[in-house]
Design a protein around this ligand. Structure first.
Ligand SMILES: [Zn+2]
Length: 193
């Protein structure tokens, strides 16, 4: 949990460079400096990929209960790479000017929705198609910073919706961390608040 964002990027780039997977993406900033630094993709588990580098996804971190509705707040340093958990289409991207702040909403081929909040930088646009594991945003959440929304500290808010109903990302991430490509439809709808 003490790793800096810079360390994470360095480790990820080194890991992915070792297997020849590197992409360079322009950065659409939310009031932050732009960057074209190379970034690493998240390695898929079946049709899914972890939303953050695995070193931030301890069993304890992914089992945290959310403060109100089913969702998951994962503490990570500002600037941590976040990834598309499935291939699909971006239906919202940018600062919502409200609670979520820097927002990315992804819809997969099964019509399930994945919501990411508090991004310091959103790296995709509405209508854009993304591959599983693709870098889509840099995390934020420091109180008062651009894109933080109502967040009071650095973290990624991650939500999963099946037919408009919130599911517990905790059960999905536990499965994916174990190498099981559990579908959102099989995720618990209660027990994580
Ligand atoms: Zn939250």
């Amino acid at each position: 949990m003490k790793a800096t964002a810079a360390c994470v990027v360095t480790l990820s780039v080194a890991l992915l460079a070792s297997i020849g997977v590197l992409v360079a993406l322009p950065v659409l900033a939310l009031g932050a400096p732009t960057s074209t630094a190379p970034v690493a993709a998240s390695i898929p588990i079946g049709g899914y990929a972890l939303p953050l580098p695995a070193n931030f996804l301890s069993t304890a971190a992914v089992q945290r209960h959310h403060h109100d509705y089913p969702a998951l707040d994962i503490p990570v340093p500002v600037g941590t790479a976040a990834f598309a958990v499935a291939a699909g289409t971006i239906i919202a991207a940018g600062d919502d000017g409200a609670r979520c702040g820097g927002t990315v909403i992804l819809v997969d081929r099964r019509s399930n929705r994945f919501v990411y909040c508090h991004a310091s930088q959103v790296l995709v646009e509405p209508g854009q198609r993304v591959d599983v594991g693709e870098l889509i945003l840099l995390t934020g959440g420091r109180r008062g910073a651009a894109g933080a929304g109502d967040s009071t500290g650095p973290h990624l808010h991650f939500g999963v919706f099946v037919a408009g109903t919130a599911r517990c990302p905790q059960s999905l991430l536990l499965a994916w961390l174990a190498g099981v490509a559990l579908d959102p439809e099989a995720a618990a709808a209660t027990g994580c608040t």
